[in-house]
Design a protein around this ligand. Sequence first.
Ligand code: C2E
Ligand code: CA
Ligand code: CA
Ligand code: CA
Length: 287
Amino acid sequence: AKSAGGNRFELADPEADARAITRHGLTTALPTALERGEFFIEYQPLVHLGDGSVRGAEALVRWLHPQHGVLGPDRFIPLAEHTGLIVPLGRWVLEQSVRQAREWRELQGGAEAVGPLRINVNLSPCQLTHPGLVQDTVDILERAGVEPDALCLEVTESALIGADDDLLKPLRRLAEMGVDIALDDFGTGYSNLANLRRLPVSILKLDRSFTQSMQQFPADPVDLKIVEGIVSLAHSLDLAVTVEGVETGAQADQLRILGCDTAQGWYYARPGPPERLHELALVDATG
Ligand code: C2E
Ligand code: CA
Ligand code: CA
Ligand code: CA
């Protein structure tokens, strides 16, 4: 090996090195993983805070890696974004999820008490700038026979900070069609609240950090004020508020009192297979 660059080839941190190797290995394995069907989706219920009914689910992708077992999205979504694979992968997730929503709706048979189950799908910033987004979404909904208002696309607040009109145009088109757009991880991005008016969003997903601060009793008074403020602002702009990361009944109570509309978290259910979601919705509808 060359020695000219000083300690460039020394393994000062074997763990970091192992991580880098894995990262490289995972990156090169990504395209074939999609072809081989190694990805799968878990669904986590979205629960109405007022009456506890299951209203829909968020789709969360996982990778069943032949050597490493099940990998969470934090391990491979950044790599997929970096290599561009996120576009076909994201399209696959959307298609699977919309088909799943269709299946739930068929199982419900129109006899549901609270309306047909809806599906939330995460959208990476790279998909947002991809020119095929609107048409792909239209095609997927049509192929599955699912109305646009059954779908909610979740975009992180940080992806839309300082967004210009070109970036917002596809989201506006989708919103006009009836697709809901949710602002994910809201409250972490320091976005200008007044800016919200400009964005074609109909749902704010309050970041988990706020839910966590509702764990102590009494909760931090400043956090309470902030959540109270966000909720009242959201409602005055006709936006619904979803909270994520609800792990305890105390958090759920607190967030309900603060006026949040929908909740998601381990307290209700961990992400799981599609049958589980349907069971939960059914149990809930029959009593
Ligand atoms: P996210 O969109 O904020 O999703 C919520 C994350 O919180 C999920 O992690 C979920 O499993 C986890 N979670 C749910 N309830 C609780 C709880 O009560 N407590 C705690 N501590 N965590 C909870 P997950 O599945 O590991 O996903 C991580 C992130 O990966 C997601 O964050 C999302 O940004 C991204 N992601 C997942 N699926 C997709 C996808 O299909 N496409 C894209 N672009 N990103 C995805
Ligand atoms: Ca999300
Ligand atoms: Ca989130
Ligand atoms: Ca998050």
